[in-house]
Design a binder for this molecule. Sequence first.
Ligand SMILES: [Zn+2]
Length: 74
Amino acid sequence: MPRCPACDKPVVLETSPTAPFCSDRCRLVDLGRWLDESQAIPVRKKGSAGPLDGEDFDGDDEAAGIAPDEVCDD
Ligand SMILES: [Zn+2]
């Protein structure tokens, strides 16, 4: 038997008007979770897409600028 995604109680899909949730309350709880996540994810992406990406690029350039041959010669 499938279980309610919100509270993990068994749900009869054929008879439950709120399927796959066991109740309207659980449906709202799950909806609230999705809204929370969809609001949080874009904010995180905005933050990491800015200065963090720039730092990554700088680090790569510095690593590529060091020539291993020069270190061996000395
Ligand atoms: Zn439930």
